[in-house]
Write a protein that binds this ligand. Structure first.
Ligand SMILES: *[C@@H]1O[C@H](CO)[C@@H](O)[C@H](O)[C@H]1NC(C)=O
Ligand SMILES: *[C@@H]1O[C@H](CO)[C@@H](O)[C@H](O)[C@H]1NC(C)=O
Ligand SMILES: *[C@@H]1O[C@H](CO)[C@@H](O)[C@H](O)[C@H]1NC(C)=O
Length: 407
């Protein structure tokens, strides 16, 4: 009896041990060494991880590495964690990276965890000097692709935690076609004057959470493109940067609706904009944007804290007099406090063909030079409750709110 119990106990222990044990693939085993190019090593480690029928973990230990463009593709047979503790540098010269759109790209898979205390360094300085954002909007295309740092395309039930994206040449992160995707404790850093370096941009994705993440960059900290649904942005610190933005939207006929966005408990510091929704005038898009809620937000010296801009038309790329066809409904701004860099703390410029419905301002207490900032509104009648400015005469969105080239 005693003997068989011991066998059963040790069998259970063994079974438990096997279940939690995962295959660990250190890139050094694939020839990846510090101060060398690890593109091949990571590619080979990925092949093994993706074919494994048990969970696996690829480890890139501390140290500095170089890496060219890479696509890490599924479908894979079991969950994969990629733990990056080192600093991985992209080639500084944009023309040297052979990849499409993103330098490091994860595609068509589920159960990915990207973790560690490491850094994806896009080495953007050379690209920033070459960038001519205005050219992009006049239809001119550069022959050199200015790549984003990280892409997650059609990746479900996955998360990014710990790691940093630094000095991306373009957007830091693109999330496209993902479901149940979480960023928690992620960091984005780039100079305040680096062009078009949005922190996290997403589109066509459902149930994306950006939590406890610090973003300091040269463009929008977070931008939500068309087809964003059930999105939570919470505990995000943004600055420098252009704020947290829904849009720009409506430029194309192929766009999908945006619905269910909550931006909560975020702090913006010395950013150009705070929270913003932007749509294109003089454009064919007829989508709806609904259930967008901004609450418990602190603005520290934010030039334009609250903006709805349905005349978003950077670089004079269109005629502002032709109204946007994008319909905005159920948008709330609640418990928003702090300081504005402009007298107009709230600017709501809606479309004259499809005015905004269901806009609420509740406890919006933003000060400019110690006095309550004012609200300017067109084609919208917000419900104002608690301490919040009532709408004054219609106003235009300040030019500073439109500096960034759109997506
Ligand atoms: C991700 O989820 C969507 C929606 O459930 C599904 O259509 C798609 O096939 C999934 N993709 C992968 C790679 O599992
Ligand atoms: C969502 O993704 C997380 C990983 O970030 C996973 O643990 C969780 O099970 C997923 N939820 C569902 C409903 O699949
Ligand atoms: C406010 O931010 C601007 C840059 O946007 C900066 O020049 C200025 O010094 C800041 N003021 C305070 C009081 O922090």
């Amino acid at each position: 009896m005693k003997f068989s119990t011991a066998i059963i106990v040790s069998f259970l222990f063994l079974a438990e041990f096997c279940a939690v044990q995962s295959l660990v693939l250190d890139i050094s085993k694939f020839g990846g060494a510090p101060n060398s190019d690890i593109t091949l090593a990571l590619g080979n480690a990925w092949k093994e991880a993706c074919a494994s029928t048990t969970a696996s973990k690829i480890v890139i230990p501390g140290g500095t590495y170089k890496m060219g463009g890479i696509e890490l593709k599924g479908p894979c047979k079991a969950p994969i964690e990629v733990q990056v503790d080192g600093t991985i540098q992209a080639p500084a010269d944009p023309s040297q990276i052979k990849a499409a759109d993103q330098w490091v790209k994860f595609l068509y898979m589920e159960h990915l965890t990207l973790s560690g205390k490491g850094v994806f360094d896009g080495q953007g300085a050379t690209a920033y000097k070459q960038a001519q954002p205005a050219a992009a909007w006049s239809g001119k295309k550069s022959n050199v692709k200015i790549l984003m740092n990280l892409g997650f395309m059609f990746v479900n039930n996955s998360m990014v935690t710990g790691v940093t994206s630094k000095d991306s040449k373009n957007f830091h992160v693109m999330v496209l076609g993902c479901n149940n995707f979480t960023f928690d404790g992620f960091t984005v850093t780039a100079p305040s004057d680096s062009p078009n370096t949005d922190g996290i941009h997403m589109g066509r994705s459902t149930d994306v959470k950006i939590l406890n993440t610090n973003i300091g960059t040269g463009d929008d900290c977070v931008s939500l493109g068309d087809g964003s649904r059930k999105i939570t942005v919470q505990g995000v610190k943004c600055g420098p940067g252009h704020g947290i933005s829904v849009g720009s939207l409506g430029r194309y006929t192929t766009e999908d609706n945006v619905e269910g966005v909550t931006v909560k408990s975020c702090t913006l510091t010395a950013t150009q904009n705070g929270v913003r929704i932007k749509t294109w005038p003089d454009a064919p898009g007829t989508i709806t944007v609904s259930d967008i809620h901004f609450e418990d937000i602190t603005m520290n010296n934010v030039t334009n804290p609250i903006i709805i801009d349905q005349e978003y038309c950077p670089w004079n790329a269109c005629n502002k007099k032709v109204p946007s066809k994008v319909k905005l409904s159920k948008t709330s701004f609640k418990n928003i406090q702090g300081t504005s860099g402009a007298p107009e703390g709230v600017v709501l410029v809606c479309s004259s063909t499809v005015p905004c419905d269901g806009v609420e301002l509740n406890n919006v207490d933003v000060k400019f030079n110690g006095k309550p900032a004012i609200a300017k509104c067109s084609n919208v009648k917000p419900t104002v409750t608690g301490t919040a400015p009532a709408c004054q005469a219609p106003g235009a969105v300040p030019a500073a709110g439109r500096k960034s080239p759109a997506k």
